[in-house]
Structure formats: structure tokens, C-alpha cells
Design a protein around this ligand. Structure first.
Ligand SMILES: [Zn+2]
Length: 282
């Protein structure tokens, strides 16, 4: 990144201005930059009793905590879901990003699960939320592929939590098999992909095939190496295969990509809010 910041901004602006297709891929780093942090003060402030009881370190690793009972598990998850989804208003960075798409033929793919794109007004037919969403529950063993909105039950769980536990009567059960429920987040092979998921996936595939051979910009935002097979690696491959494509990569820690794309990549490790506000002025 020896090229000047202002020159990279200029190149990114030109690429977006000329883009026939704009494909946005957003990962955890984008939500963190927007202010949805999974560790630090935000976590400590909101999870004090859980940190004291279980020694939890941050919101990401605590998601894998092996709770002994369903009452304890749902007391934790109600707090987690409520904080990251229901109590967090739409973030400025998401709004700024959506403004960038306003006159563009765009599509958004994300591994983020906090529902921020929906809050920021993304069009449903131009959006693929691959890894789930905090707002839905599913059967833990995926015995059927329906999702259930959790807003009401989460509110109830929160108000009735005592000593990091909810009353047994509030523990959600599967209507079909009678088993336990789970938040609709991909963490094992039982993740439920409902009919909406498949529609979004198909819309994404169609958009991608429509971008082949065209002036396409792949705008990759905060995508690290947790699940690089969903956004990062496919974006690199599509840019490599399309001489008219540009990859714009915003990443604090991992800007380096494959050598074949050096010429067609514009990388930034600077502040995302500044960059997106700047390139928006194309
Ligand atoms: Zn079931």
C-alpha cells in the first residue's frame, strides 16, 4: 500500500462510478467498524453477571459456551440477541454504505447476523444473509426447516431472568419433535436454511453470473479468515476471471490478496467510515 490514500480513493471512486454491477461483501470487521463490538467495554458492561459466573471473555467465544441447562443457555442468549439486534439501532456506517448503492445495480452478501442491512433499508431481492440472523429460532436438530421470530420470547426471557437463568416455562421447544430450539446461526451441521434463504442464494447466483465480463466492482468490507470461503475467496476468484472487474478491499489486518489480482485490487486498512464517506462522492 505504498500508493497514497488520496490516489487510492480516486481510483476507487472511478471504479464505482463506472461499475455496471456492484457486489458488496460484508464481514465481522464491518460491524466492528460500525460500532458493534464483540469484546471490550460493550461486552463487559452488558454481561457482568455472566462474566462473573462463567468467566466469559467476549461475545464471540461465549456463543460456544456449553451451558448445563436450557434455562441458563436462554438467559445468556436472550441478553446476547437483545443487545446485538433489538437494542442496537441502525448504525451510521451501514446507512452510509447503503447511500453508496443508491444509483447502482447492486447486491449485498454478508456473514453478519445482526440485521443491520435490513435496518439500513437493503432491498430484500438484493440481499443474501448467509449465516443466519439473531431474530430467528429453529429446531436444534433441524427436524423441519421453518424459522420462528424470537422478538417476543426474548423480551419475556429478559424480564424474567434471575441469577443468569430463565423460568423452565419459558424454555422454547420444537413444535414438531418436542426437542430443544437453537438460534438460527450457522455453527454446526444443523443450521436451518429455509425457503427465503434459498431464494436469496438463487438471487445472488443470478446477480453474480450477470456480472461476468462486465465492469464489476467487488467491495469487500472487513472479511477476515473465519469463513473466507463465503466472500473473500470467491470474490478473489471472480475478479481474477474477469479482466473488467475491480476488487476494493477494506480490511484493518488482512489486505493482502492473491498475486494475480494485484493490478485490479485497491486496498485500504484505514478507517472504514472515512473511506466509505469519501468514495461515495464519485
Ligand atoms: Zn424439531
Amino acid at each position: 500500500m505504498s500508493e497514497l490514500f488520496s490516489d487510492r480513493i480516486k481510483r476507487a471512486r472511478t471504479a464505482i462510478k463506472n461499475a455496471e454491477k456492484l457486489i458488496i461483501g460484508a464481514g465481522a470487521g464491518f460491524s466492528a467498524a460500525a460500532g458493534i463490538e464483540y469484546d471490550g467495554n460493550r461486552f463487559i458492561k452488558n454481561f457482568k453477571p455472566f462474566i462473573e459466573k462463567y468467566g466469559m471473555k467476549d461475545l464471540y467465544t461465549s456463543s460456544f459456551y456449553p451451558f448445563r441447562t436450557q434455562e441458563e443457555k436462554w438467559a445468556y442468549w436472550a441478553r446476547h440477541i437483545s443487545l446485538n439486534l433489538f437494542e442496537t439501532p441502525v448504525k451510521k456506517l451501514y446507512i452510509t454504505l447503503m447511500e453508496l448503492t443508491s444509483s447502482k445495480d447492486y447486491f449485498v452478501i454478508t456473514t453478519n447476523v445482526e440485521g443491520q442491512f435490513t435496518k439500513a433499508g437493503v432491498e430484500k431481492s438484493r440481499f443474501f444473509e448467509v449465516q443466519g440472523n439473531y431474530g430467528y429460532l429453529q429446531c436444534e436438530k433441524a427436524c423441519h426447516d421453518r424459522l420462528y421470530s424470537d422478538e417476543k420470547i426474548v423480551e419475556q426471557m429478559l424480564s424474567e431472568t434471575i441469577d443468569c437463568g430463565i423460568p423452565p416455562s419459558l424454555v422454547p421447544k420444537c413444535h414438531v419433535c418436542g426437542g430443544n430450539m437453537e438460534v438460527n446461526l450457522r455453527k454446526d451441521n444443523f443450521f436451518v436454511q429455509d425457503s427465503n434463504w434459498y431464494i436469496s442464494e438463487s438471487n445472488y447466483r443470478k446477480f453474480i453470473s450477470g456480472s461476468e465480463g462486465k465492469s464489476s466492482v467487488f467491495l469487500e468490507l472487513g472479511v477476515g479468515y473465519n469463513t473466507p470461503g463465503i466472500i473473500r475467496f470467491p470474490f478473489e476468484a471472480m475478479v481474477r476471471n474477469n479482466p473488467k472487474a475491480t476488487l476494493i478491499r477494506l480490511n484493518r489486518d488482512h489486505t493482502k490478496g492473491i498475486s494475480e489480482n494485484t493490478e485490479s485490487t485497491i486496498s485500504f486498512n484505514e478507517d472504514m467510515t472515512t473511506i466509505i464517506s469519501d468514495i461515495k462522492k464519485y
